[in-house]
Design a protein around this ligand. Structure first.
Ligand code: SF4
Length: 281
């Protein structure tokens, strides 16, 4: 296995920064870069800066998990906040909610604070894409920021990530216990209807907060701003629709477990859609 290039590019004085999201992949990557993965100790960097771009709309479990990760790493995680929060940008964008096609949230609340923090110096940014993922990710394109993918370099896939988290004692983020797949904002539009319903059951107040951001103006077809492309969140409160979604979500989870077991026993790779690479979406 090739060790990471300690002097990335031509600049030996580059800063090395790693954004954690509070999710499993970036946490496993942080443990790898802290030299906590047996057999992969050559990845260790003592000069790594650990960052977290805090949108202040995160799940409580994310903060709790980051505090435990910080203890495991033995290094401080610096929290970066955008100068202006979600509500400010929501107004600037005329009430238009972010979506996979228009991710102003990632740009304004994650990328901009990160770019402002690192400034114009040469920087190596470490991103948590796994070896079994084929997506590119939403990353900074500033010329002074070079990107590395340590999990890919080390050949670490989904199964490897789980192993790292178990071996370290950190385990999986606790929001996964109630059905949320990824870290990120409570109202992230990447959630499935199943995850929205589980959010409603777990944090009804946060679900209601998300509902208040939606705009359904019957007189203006251009003013239909909803988190889900299939309709407003109130639809999910219909008991029939809710039960259908919960049932289909449980079936899909059983299929995923079956697939994971097949991959564990056969060594096949898996791929999953995850959220911004700064918020793992
Ligand atoms: S977690 Fe979702 S809503 Fe939050 S910044 Fe990332 S993509 Fe946007």
């Amino acid at each position: 296995m090739k060790p990471p290039d300690q002097n990335f590019g031509s600049d030996a004085s580059a800063r090395h920064v790693l954004n954690v999201s509070g999710g499993k992949d970036s946490s496993a990557m942080a443990l790898l870069m802290a030299g906590r993965v047996r057999g992969q100790e050559h990845f260790k960097r003592d000069d790594m800066e650990y960052l977290f771009c805090d949108t202040q709309k995160e799940l409580p479990e994310t903060y709790e998990y980051l505090a435990r990760l910080e203890a495991e790493l033995g290094s401080k995680i610096t929290y970066l906040n955008a100068k202006a929060g979600f509500d400010h940008w929501h107004k600037v964008f005329g009430g238009y909610l972010p979506s996979p096609q228009n991710r102003w949230c990632t740009k304004m609340l994650k990328l901009k604070p990160f770019e402002a923090h690192v400034g114009e110096e040469p920087v190596v940014s470490y991103v948590g894409l796994r070896a079994d993922e084929d997506r590119v990710g939403y990353i900074s394109t500033k010329p002074n920021i070079k990107t590395r993918y340590p999990l890919r370099e080390a050949g670490i896939d989904y199964k490897g990530v789980i192993q790292i988290l178990e071996d370290s004692g950190l385990g999986l983020p606790t929001f996964m216990k109630w059905g949320r797949t990824n870290s990120g904002c409570t109202f992230c539009f990447f959630q499935t209807p199943y995850e929205w319903i589980r959010l409603h059951e777990t944090y009804p107040d946060r679900f209601e907060e998300a509902m208040k951001y939606e705009t359904i103006d019957p007189s203006d077809p251009n003013k239909q701003f909803t988190w889900m492309s299939e309709g407003p969140l109130t639809d999910l409160l219909n008991p029939v629709r809710r039960d259908e979604i919960l049932l289909s979500g449980i079936r899909s989870k059983v299929r995923t477990i079956d697939k994971s077991l097949v991959s564990v026993f056969s060594g096949e790779s898996t791929s999953s859609v995850e959220a911004c690479l700064l918020c793992q979406k």
